[in-house]
Design a protein around this ligand. Sequence first.
Ligand SMILES: Cc1ncc(COP(=O)(O)O)c(C=O)c1O
Length: 418
Amino acid sequence: MVITRAEGSTFWTNDGRAILDFSSQLVATNLGHSNRAVQEAIARQARELPYAAPGFATAARAELSEALREVLPSGLDRFFFSTSGTEANEAALKIARVAKGRTKVLSRYRSYHGATAASISVTGDLRRRASEPWQKVPGTVFAPDCYCYRCPFGLTYPSCGVACAEYVDYQLEHEGDVAAMIVEPIVGTNGVIVPVPEYLPRIRAITKARDVLLIADEVMTGWGRTGRWFGVDHWRVTPDILTTAKGVTGAYVPLGVTATTPALHEVFRERYFPHGHTYEAHPLALAPAVAAIGEYKRLDLLAKSKSDGEYLLGRLRDVGVRHPSVGDVRGLGLFAAVELVRNRKTKTPFNTPDDKLSGTPLVVEAVAKAMLDDGVYTMPWVSHLVLAPPLIVTRPEIDQGVEALDKALGVADARVDV
Ligand SMILES: Cc1ncc(COP(=O)(O)O)c(C=O)c1O
């Protein structure tokens, strides 16, 4: 499909079709398409100083550092600027391993952390399995997911005692050589899985007590997506390293941010840390991020994400109960997932990661195709759809997206067990 232009929550194809963007492309264009303030910042920076090597200070770098200190959890005020979420995580993992002098990293199966060697090696989803034979950094240990709909222990919250968090304590007691644990505070592509309230505070306490760094991957959950600046803000958790990208510039320019503490920064005053890129702290990426942060504030998008998110989730739940193929509906802010099942009682999915790996056509992709034919774009993944419109979306647009889903679910309903 060829896209020629985009505005607000809509993009247009070369044959003139208007499509409602109900997944913000890759959960990235949080400000919507063609935000004027961000476009202007790019143009202004291109005229003033389009490039400077990373060893130099620039006004854009100083302004973004100041702006980030205002919105990140306090204490995270040292920054490394790269050009993607993948690179932000590569830097975070390297910082953690070098600072601690240890090799292992705890992650979770339902996760995605990036496409290059270290970040794909700590990724739990099927993309790691496809890359593993050629691209494997050793040292990943997987911890249990906090996924109540399919609890890995077969337990039920709250009588489970949040076993998924407690088991991490047991792992850290016995594993040895662990530098860090990396988590998406709310799992993104792999299901928009919101943890139970105790989970992240408990993971923070356990990692701190066992002298292991906590890395929060906020590439997808940052920038108002869940109704707060960052996912960790819901539980007042401060990680040792926070990574982000995507919405930091509204996704118009590639920028990754690795934020950390003065304590970790101090380690590298004494120790040479060879890490950087020609495009590190690129002025053309930093200036639009300053403008984007201004726009999140001016348009009050965090509050809007919260209230419109409640509306979206309510409407999705109403639709979900009427369709036998919907197993679970969940989300936080304008970030939701609808998980499809062949059988509601047994929770048997239509498709598995192995189906995706082998190229089997997926039911969820057929649903997404039916929505697209109806003028609404969404992101399908294995057995669920990720619904995450731009934060500037209007209520009538939310209704349009939900109604397209309602109609398209007939494709999946026709395939449930009878
Ligand atoms: C949670 C998370 N981390 C990391 C990444 C990788 O970011 P990028 O695609 O910008 O390299 C993604 C991409 O979707 C992501 O969702």
